[in-house]
Write a protein that binds this ligand. Structure first.
Ligand SMILES: Cc1cc2nc3c(=O)[nH]c(=O)nc-3n(C[C@H](O)[C@H](O)[C@H](O)COP(=O)(O)OP(=O)(O)OC[C@H]3O[C@@H](n4cnc5c(N)ncnc54)[C@H](O)[C@@H]3O)c2cc1C
Length: 290
């Protein structure tokens, strides 16, 4: 995984469990010396290219929802796993529906403790927020938009104060995010654990990616309507604009990042959760679906 020769996917979200992923309904049942998984995952990035997936499933419905979850390594080539790509408005099919119909998982593929999957999921998500917004590793930058404005708009930045202001805004946001990233990466390299700073990074990156694509498409004007080899920048910025809404959702929505920042950075009161101590089996939404 580290050198990129193996790609894994993250089987967390379900049709009825996204922001509140602890309400997931995929179940794992003991089966001899292993487990069988039954349920459906959705929005699973890259599942069609993966050999392995990290899945969370319910192993104990008689305890509160966060406590009855276990994390498993799933063989994506198991006959009990079906992957169905979902077409997006960019034209690509980046994520998938994944159906688990009795997928077999050996006991040694349990990650962490049985019933301790929530901690594995939270650690994975905390890392994901840093990596999603990780400008230093993705090479994501405002400079191509500044270059585009210079080349394409034929000196317009010099004449158009509104465009100039927008270019300054995205450049500033990009530099701030790059410096925040550098600071957090060096803290992680010194041994600190991913924390709520990842939420600020993810939120800022989602906003910046949208703003970059928006400014670029406006600079291109009507030419942005073309995507393909003969299009300016082969349609890159148009695709980026169509993809941008996903950046506000993947890895936890903007609203969820704001809740994390509110609770863990600003010290605001915790969001009320009346179901926190109720056995999963007794939850109204879950029992209505059974
Ligand atoms: C590009 C992309 C890639 C993804 N890749 C993966 C993947 O690889 N693996 C995986 O498991 N999942 C993946 N996801 C799924 C993603 O994690 C979920 O879509 C996300 O957590 C939101 O869940 P949901 O879609 O069910 O929306 P919901 O949770 O139903 O949210 C709907 C709306 O309600 C708001 N909302 C919900 N709860 C609250 C609250 N408590 N307070 C305030 N507002 C709230 C949300 O912010 C949102 O606006 C991906 C999603 C995208 C877009």
């Amino acid at each position: 995984m580290l050198d990129g020769s193996e790609v894994w996917c993250q089987l967390w979200s379900e049709p009825d469990a996204g922001s509140d992923v602890a309400s997931l309904e995929t179940r794992a049942e003991r089966d001899g010396d292993g487990w069988t998984l039954h349920g459906q995952k959705v929005w699973t990035t890259g599942a069609q290219h993966c050999r392995w997936g990290l899945a969370i499933a319910r192993t104990d419905p008689d305890v509160p929802k966060h406590r009855g979850i276990t994390c498993f390594v799933v063989d994506m080539l198991d006959p009990g796993v079906t992957v169905r790509p979902l077409r997006q408005m960019t034209g690509g099919a980046h994520f998938n529906e994944v159906f688990l119909d009795g997928a077999r998982v050996p006991d040694e593929h349990v990650v962490g403790d049985v019933g301790g999957g929530w901690h594995v999921a939270m650690a994975t998500l905390a890392n994901e927020r840093y990596s999603v917004g990780g400008l230093l590793t993705t090479g994501f930058s405002a400079e191509p938009v500044l270059a585009l404005a210079g080349e394409w708009a034929g000196g317009r930045p010099a004449r158009d104060p509104v465009l100039r202001q927008e270019l300054a805004r995205i450049y500033t946001a990009w530099r701030l995010l790059a410096l925040t990233n550098a600071r957090s990466l060096s803290a992680l390299a010194r041994g600190s654990v991913p924390g709520p700073e990842g939420s600020t990074i993810k939120l800022a990156w989602a906003r910046l990616s949208t703003a970059l694509a928006d400014v670029a498409v406006r600079v291109l004007g009507p030419a942005a309507g073309i995507v393909g080899e003969d299009a300016p920048e082969p349609g890159h910025w148009t695709t980026a604009l169509l993809y941008a809404p996903a950046n506000h959702i993947a890895g936890g929505t903007d609203e969820i990042q704001k809740t994390i920042i509110g609770e863990r950075v600003l010290g605001l009161p915790r969001e009320p959760a009346v179901d926190r101590d109720v056995p999963f089996r007794e939850l109204k939404a879950a029992s209505a679906r059974r």
